[in-house]
Design a protein around this ligand. Structure first.
Ligand code: ZN
Length: 350
């Protein structure tokens, strides 16, 4: 090997570790070097600050659309009719959330990405307080969720106007990713417009992108087509919720990995795990371990520790042990939990 070839290999491996010169992970409190998060798992798709009325709307829309599949797939029974206590909604209860997130830190979580934005009711000041008081680095998302949740003006804004607004969010707020950016069912024209605008805003800002697909993984390939068509490199994208696309042959999953994108198994740590362990094994066997990302998309109060749930670390404490038991090596698990999300989140700001 010549010296030049050796340097090229070194350079490639540095980039693969998320260490491209000047690359950072933008947490809500400060930009971090990717090495700062080497000590634990980064959960790339969770919810820490939804509006109290977000999940009730989500669940009623999902039920109207598909009575069985949708409500099961969030790995959550419907919220109880009566509040669990006289406390405020859990994602507006700072002391409670600090306790939950500290517990996740003790269970091996080094960083949490919040997939919310204004149309889901996320509150950046709440996330800042939560990060400061819990000591957990938090990456805040920005963008728009999916058509049933868009603010009405999205209908009349041009693609260019949406792009300008997304760039404004990315440049003026302490956000570290576009996400979750979704199509609710089969992708609509309005959602295509937002996806193209997110792609363009990515080119201007370099923020990574993670998506939401409707069950089961609807329009997953088209989401990537649109983003790539706008000039986004697949390596900067996670196509989300693909654990819902139950297929022992993992054909769509492989096709997306082959193009270089990440895929999200991101509703983990619950009853759906059993169907997804074989898919994860098939993808690891096919050589795609470096394209996998895990998270739990925690969205409902019954899942937190205070209410008897397994809490924000359940990806690590519930799902990962099942993979370990199925024979996945520690090295591979470390790559998926610790290295892949850092490589996804790290970017050189523009
Ligand atoms: Zn989500």
């Amino acid at each position: 090997m010549t010296r030049r070839e050796a340097l090229a290999v070194l350079g490639a491996s540095a980039i693969s570790q998320g260490k491209a010169a000047g690359s950072i992970i933008r947490t809500i409190l400060k930009d971090l070097p990717p090495e700062a998060l080497a000590g634990g798992a980064t959960l790339f798709h969770e919810h820490l600050s939804l509006a109290p009325d977000f999940m009730p709307k989500w669940i009623s829309l999902a039920r109207a659309q598909n009575p069985q599949a949708q409500s099961q797939a969030k790995a959550a029974p419907p919220p109880p009719q009566a509040p669990l206590s006289d406390r405020p909604y859990f994602m507006r209860d700072l002391d409670l959330m600090v306790e939950e997130i500290r517990a996740a830190g003790k269970e091996g979580v080094a960083c949490i990405v919040d997939g919310g934005h204004p149309d889901m009711g996320s509150d950046l000041d709440f996330l800042k307080q939560l990060s400061m008081q819990s000591g957990m680095p938090i990456v805040a998302g920005c963008g728009y969720y999916s058509q049933p949740f868009y603010p009405p003006e999205i209908g009349t804004m041009s693609e260019e106007q949406i792009t300008r607004e997304l760039v404004r969010q990315a440049r003026t707020q302490p956000v570290g990713a576009f996400g979750e950016i979704g199509s609710w069912d089969e992708i609509t024209d309005l959602e295509r417009k937002v996806f193209r605008a997110v792609g363009k805003a990515h080119l201007e800002t370099n923020l990574p992108i993670f998506t939401h697909t409707g069950i089961p993984g609807k329009s997953a390939v088209e989401q990537l087509d649109i983003l790539e068509g706008a000039g986004v490199k697949p390596q900067r994208v996670v196509i989300g919720h693909l654990g819902n696309l139950v297929d022992p042959k993992v054909e769509v999953h492989k096709a997306i990995c082959k193009r270089g994108a990440f895929i999200g198994f991101d509703r983990q740590g619950g009853p759906g795990d059993a169907r997804q362990v074989p898919m994860v094994l098939a993808l690891i066997d096919a050589g795609y371990a470096s394209n996998l990302l895990f998270s739990s998309d925690l969205s409902t109060a019954n899942q937190i520790k205070r209410n008897g749930g397994t809490g924000y670390a359940k990806t690590v404490t519930v799902f990962v042990p099942k993979l370990r038991e199925a024979g996945v090596s520690e090295e591979t698990l470390h790559g998926i939990l610790v290295d892949n999300p850092r490589r996804f989140l790290a970017f050189v700001p523009r």
